[in-house]
Design a protein around this ligand. Structure first.
Ligand SMILES: Cc1ncc(COP(=O)(O)O)c(C=O)c1O
Length: 394
């Protein structure tokens, strides 16, 4: 194991207890980030959270978080709004666009509930038409399939950067080009990509990109972000506003007068947890210390070995594409003769391998981040081999 990997693992107590491969649900928060959270709470408690000094200092520190997060993600502070999670950011975009009956949204069966339910709701409330595309191979939507799904009524495409179900990396750059050509907008669900894939957000061409703090960025739960293409914050106006959305909380011109902030900040409403976001900042600094490219190269090498080893097992079918450029840190697979819930349970109970299973297509899903090791991958392969032998597959 390389020295820097060992150093990071020393900051992650979970690595001493189990083989943690469920970053796709929530990543482990490194010890320095936990300390930053505690120090932040202590500062507020000691200074008095409502004192003029603490209010000023909190505002200053939150802007530092925004700067650091934007730099790491390949965004800019003005393009980034803080959210509580991915779904919050996606809902803010969907709720902020003006919809008319007959408008169309294009999404796909590869999306998480957070990329589908907002549109079922729009359909029922406002008569918006929703096209849920079904990829022909069941794994990865192609640009051609997306093109076929668009019409002159399409207003929004919603696509994950990485499918939570199959682990396939989806063609978001091609989707951005199609959206531009069609005069519609692209909302990307970056839950399984931000902190894992190396591309700067600004280069993807999406109008809106929502992500979590708690997964591959390894920040605390309760943190997330919404990135806008330059100026796109004016396309989806916030569905509602409060004091943090406007330039001057109390305008001398009257109680109903306001000026929205000229940045993504207009999508923020009010008080958020300084401690959680300072924890996220510290976690992001750790990732930045390694570099986006180094993280991705390591994830690609580890997932490559895992997929290759799984594919070589007789009774295992790997669902995630084998190629690194068509996948990310998620690896989904099926075991013949053993249901995915049962296999996931046995991996945890017998081998301390923590993953999850996904329902459509039913599969075991393991998340491999840079802190996982080559020897953990080999242990997983041995464990899956034993499970398939025990299941008595053909
Ligand atoms: C692709 C995808 N989108 C959205 C979510 C929901 O994430 P959050 O809890 O950050 O809203 C998940 C969670 O697993 C996910 O995998």
């Amino acid at each position: 194991m390389e020295g820097w990997v060992e150093e990071v693992r020393n900051l992650l107590p979970v690595t001493r207890r189990s083989i943690y491969m469920n970053t796709g649900t929530s990543g482990p928060v490194p010890e320095p980030a936990l300390r930053a959270e505690a120090e932040s709470e202590r500062y507020l408690s000691e200074a008095g959270p409502g004192s003029a000094e603490a209010l000023r200092e909190s505002g200053r520190r939150l802007e530092q978080v925004r700067n650091d997060l934007a730099r790491f993600l390949g965004s800019t502070p003005d393009q980034l709004a803080f959210t509580q999670n991915t779904s919050h950011g996606m809902a803010a975009v969907v709720g902020g666009m003006v919809w008319r009956p007959g408008d169309e949204v294009v999404t796909s069966e590869l999306e998480h509930a957070s990329g589908l339910l907002p549109f079922g709701y729009l359909r029922d409330r406002l008569g918006v038409r929703v096209r849920v595309l079904r990829p022909r191979d069941g794994v990865r939507l192609t640009p051609d399939e997306l093109r076929e799904g668009l019409s002159t009524r399409t207003r929004l495409i919603c696509m994950s950067h990485v499918s939570y179900a199959t682990g396939a990396r989806l063609p978001v750059e091609a989707a951005a080009e199609l959206a531009r050509a069609h005069g519609c907008r692209l909302l990307v669900d970056g839950a399984q990509a931000a902190g894992c894939l190396p591309e700067p957000l600004d280069g993807l061409g999406a109008d809106f990109y929502a992500g979590p703090g708690q997964k591959w960025l390894m920040g605390p739960e309760g943190t997330g972000f919404l990135h806008f293409a330059p100026g796109a914050w004016a396309v989806a106006a916030p569905a509602s506003i409060a004091w943090a959305s406007v330039e001057h909380e109390e305008s001398p011109a009257g109680p109903l007068t306001y000026r929205l902030k000229a940045s993504a900040r207009r999508f923020e409403l009010a008080t958020i947890s300084l401690a959680l976001f300072e924890g996220l900042r510290t976690a992001t600094q750790i990732l930045e210390g390694m570099g986006r490219r180094t993280i991705w190269e390591r994830v690609a090498a580890l997932t490559g070995r895992l997929k290759e080893g799984l594919a070589a097992l007789r009774d295992v079918e790997v669902i995630t594409p084998m190629e690194a450029e068509r996948s990310a840190g998620l690896v989904a697979f099926r075991l013949r003769g053993l249901s995915a819930p049962e296999a996931t349970r046995l991996l945890a109970e017998r081998y301390q391998v923590i993953g999850r299973w996904v329902p459509r297509p039913e599969a075991v899903r393991l998340s491999v981040h840079f802190f996982n090791t080559e020897s953990e991958v080999e242990t997983v392969l041995g464990a899956v081999g034993e499970l398939t032998a025990g299941a008595g597959g053909s």
